[in-house]
Design a protein around this ligand. Structure first.
Ligand SMILES: [Zn+2]
Length: 103
């Protein structure tokens, strides 16, 4: 990964910050997990919309060009994590069965 040199926020740091936000929101409100996740997805969409707008207006000099496929790319990341999640649940099945059997 390109973020291993310590000069940029790592995926691990971003994961941590979002998990902290998620858990604090669950702890401090009566909201359901899916409601909080939808709020987080909405926030990510807003970040994308504002960032892509400023790049269409060429406010930022970094050179990034928003693409029509960007949202599909973001959704594919969620799908990929979800696929990992499903595999993880399948791997965890025998352990849960053992736990139930063991009382
Ligand atoms: Zn930029």
């Amino acid at each position: 990964m390109a973020d291993q040199d310590g000069s940029e926020p790592t995926q691990t740091e971003i994961d941590h910050h979002l998990m902290v936000t998620f858990c604090r929101t669950l702890d401090s409100t009566a909201l359901q997990p899916m409601t909080v996740m939808r709020m987080m997805a909405s926030a990510l969409g807003a970040i994308y919309r504002q960032t892509s707008a400023s790049h269409h207006e060429q406010v930022c000099p970094c050179g990034w060009q928003p693409l029509p496929s960007d949202v599909e790319t973001l959704l594919a990341e969620i799908e990929a994590e979800h696929a990992d999640c499903r595999q993880g649940l399948r791997r965890a099945e025998p352990a849960r069965a053992v736990n139930r059997a063991g009382g």
